[in-house]
Design a protein around this ligand. Structure first.
Ligand SMILES: Cc1cc2nc3c(=O)[nH]c(=O)nc-3n(C[C@H](O)[C@H](O)[C@H](O)COP(=O)(O)O)c2cc1C
Length: 275
């Protein structure tokens, strides 16, 4: 996937690409044409030059998903604040699920939404994993309980496991049919970008969860599962990955409906009085 130059026959030399780019591969040539020098500060493939070019004159290689549609120039017309705000307030962490797998095409839609999440320097360094095998989910749940039993209010892992078996409840994945995991492979070259991994994974996870909500699916962030990995590397073996898990959520059809919003503490914003 790369930008390979400019279609000079189409380019109107408006220089919008040059002004928009936060790096500097675009330049004005002696004859006034706009050039693209891939050897300058590396292009981060943010695609802003493609998105802004009035003539669609940026030449690309291996990019199949560049698109346009009504409303793209004014995103606020795609979903108005009140609708978005209502969705944000109505979205709950779901802890009761129907015994039914989510069709693959809906799952792909959730992943597609995560693909469009912003990330530090547009790196999208995380990897995706989905676990839909009930036996594996049950094994993972047991390992998490074994690691988190104190936090869960028990004095041994065995007691916690026996208790949840006796009430036929999985306190980790709540019977959800799928677990989606965002992880980073251990070897990362760029130390600066390492600092943003948690933010990036958090945003992508949130995109996925909001997309799921709009599809009638339920989700719940799996912080307890994520936290247990630090104390139980066996969880990574069951997942079949090597690295750091920085985002995880369960996915399924909710078996419940909520009738009201939930309370939140009032806003306190320093500096608002200066507005
Ligand atoms: C980072 C993070 C980790 C979380 N971990 C868990 C978890 O391990 N288990 C769980 O049942 N809920 C978990 N939650 C869900 C929160 O408990 C939930 O968002 C909060 O109680 C508010 O409820 P709501 O999401 O329905 O508005 C987590 C949420 C976040 C943002």
């Amino acid at each position: 996937m790369s930008i390979i130059g400019i279609n000079q026959e189409e380019c109107s030399k408006c220089k919008l690409c040059l002004q928009e780019c936060r790096r500097s591969p675009f330049y004005v040539m002696e004859n006034g044409d706009i050039g693209f020098n891939e050897k300058m500060l590396p292009c981060i493939m943010c695609g802003h030059c493609i998105a802004i070019c009035p003539e669609n004159a940026i030449l690309t290689k291996g990019m199949e998903d560049i698109d346009t549609y009504p409303g793209i120039e004014s995103p606020e017309t795609l979903i108005e604040y009140d609708k978005l705000f209502q969705l944000l307030r109505a979205k709950r962490s779901i802890r009761r699920y129907k015994n039914k797998k989510v069709p693959k095409e809906l799952i792909i839609k959730v992943f597609e939404a995560m693909r469009y999440a912003p990330s530090a320097a547009n790196t999208r360094l995380w990897r995706y994993l989905i676990i839909s095998d009930q036996k594996k989910l049950s094994e993972l749940s047991t390992e998490v309980i074994k690691t988190n039993y104190l936090y869960m209010g028990f004095d041994s892992g065995e007691k916690a496991i026996d208790y949840y078996k006796s009430i036929k409840r999985d306190p980790i994945f709540f019977g959800a049919p799928h677990l989606i995991v965002l992880y980073y492979e251990t070897v990362q070259k760029n130390m600066t970008l390492l600092a943003y991994r948690g933010n990036d994974a958090g945003i992508a996870t949130t995109y996925g969860m909001l997309a799921a909500e709009s599809l009638g699916l339920g989700t719940c962030w799996m912080g307890g599962f994520q936290g247990a990995i630090a104390g139980n590397k066996g969880i990574l073996d069951i997942l079949g990955i090597n690295g750091h898990v920085l985002g995880a959520f369960i996915l399924g059809f909710p078996a419940i409906k909520y009738l009201r919003t939930t309370p939140r503490s009032p806003l306190k914003i320093k500096g608002l009085e200066d507005l």
